[in-house]
Structures are given as C-alpha cells and as structure tokens.
Design a binder for this molecule. Structure first.
Ligand code: 4NP
Length: 169
C-alpha cells in the first residue's frame, strides 16, 4: 500500500479568528519543537473577519503558553486551497460540511474533522466566540493535545510511506 505523504495542512473554522488560528499557531510550535517543517495555514468558511488579527482572547491564551499568533491574519477559504493543501481540517462538523460542499469530488477526501483525524475522537472543537476566557482555555487544551497527536500520526504515516517502519524483512 502506498501512502502519499502530507506536506501541507489547512486548519479551518468559521471566522478564522478564534479556533483555527490557534490550531495553526500551536501546530507550528509543535512542529518546531520536533524539528519538523510543513506548509501550514488557516482560513475561515466565512469572510467577515478577513484581514483581521485573531480574536484577542485567542492571542491571550496562546501567549500564556508562549505561542505568538498575533501576526496571523484571517482569510476566507479559497478554491485553490483544495489543490494547494494535502489535508484540510475543519474544527467542527458544520465546518466540514461547508468544506465538503466547496470541494470538488476529487478533493473531498482531503477534508476531515480535526479532532477525529488527529486523535480518533470524532468530536467538535466548540466555537468559543460567545463564551468567556475559560472556553478559550479549554479550546487551547484540546488543540495542544490534538497537535501533539497530529504530529505523531503524520510522522508515523511518513515513515510508513518511506518504508522506514518495515523491519520484518
Ligand atoms: P471561529 O469563531 O470560527 O473559531 O473563528 C468565530 C468567530 C467569529 C464568528 C463566529 C465564530 N462570527 O460570527 O463573527
């Protein structure tokens, strides 16, 4: 079986100011800690906040953990994202449904629910926009754990696809 390595990942939520900027920034940090490098970005299915910084509550919770996401800017998902990114991860089921509706049939297989793909737990990362700091802290914890799991999963599939995991010969 051949497994195509994943070189690029797009994290997607609704507004691209609360959850997916955290997923992008935290995953970038986890990759750097592991000495790995992938093309990563984030976007929203909605464009209301395009050009804006992440929500100040996401910036704050990330900063508490030493992750600076203040330089990221929101943007809307674009048609070319479906060919540019090997993996497109929606933060909740509504994001996944919207992404699947935008994707060509050939690209639909690149779209997955974030926590399900990363950890095998098919749960949503809940939208914290209308909630308080504790909701952002909870989202941060989910994303940190998922980011570690995602890095391990990608590393395992990369070594499988390059044959490094084969030791039975
Ligand atoms: P996000 O949160 O999808 O995690 O960025 C939201 C941000 C903005 C809105 C909704 C959700 N909004 O309706 O503007």
């Amino acid at each position: 079986m051949s497994i195509k390595p994943i070189n690029s990942i797009l994290f997607v939520c609704l507004g691209n100011i609360c959850r997916s900027p955290l997923a992008e920034g935290v995953f970038r940090t986890v990759l750097a800690e592991r000495g790995e490098d992938l093309v990563i970005d984030s976007a929203g299915t909605g464009g209301w906040h395009a050009g804006e910084q992440p929500d100040r509550r996401s910036i704050a919770v990330a900063a508490t953990h030493g992750v600076d996401i203040s330089g990221q800017r929101a943007r809307k998902v674009r048609p070319e994202d479906f060919s540019r990114f090997d993996l497109i991860l929606g933060m909740d089921r509504a994001n996944v449904r919207n992404l699947e509706a935008l994707a060509s049939p050939a690209a639909r297989g690149r779209v997955h629910l974030y926590l399900d793909f990363a950890t095998g737990n098919a749960a949503d990362v809940p939208d914290p926009y209308y909630d308080g700091a504790e909701a952002f802290a909870s989202v941060y914890r989910m994303i940190r754990e998922a980011s570690e799991a995602l890095a391990k999963r990608l590393e395992a599939s990369a070594s499988l696809s390059s044959g490094q995991a084969s030791s039975t010969m």
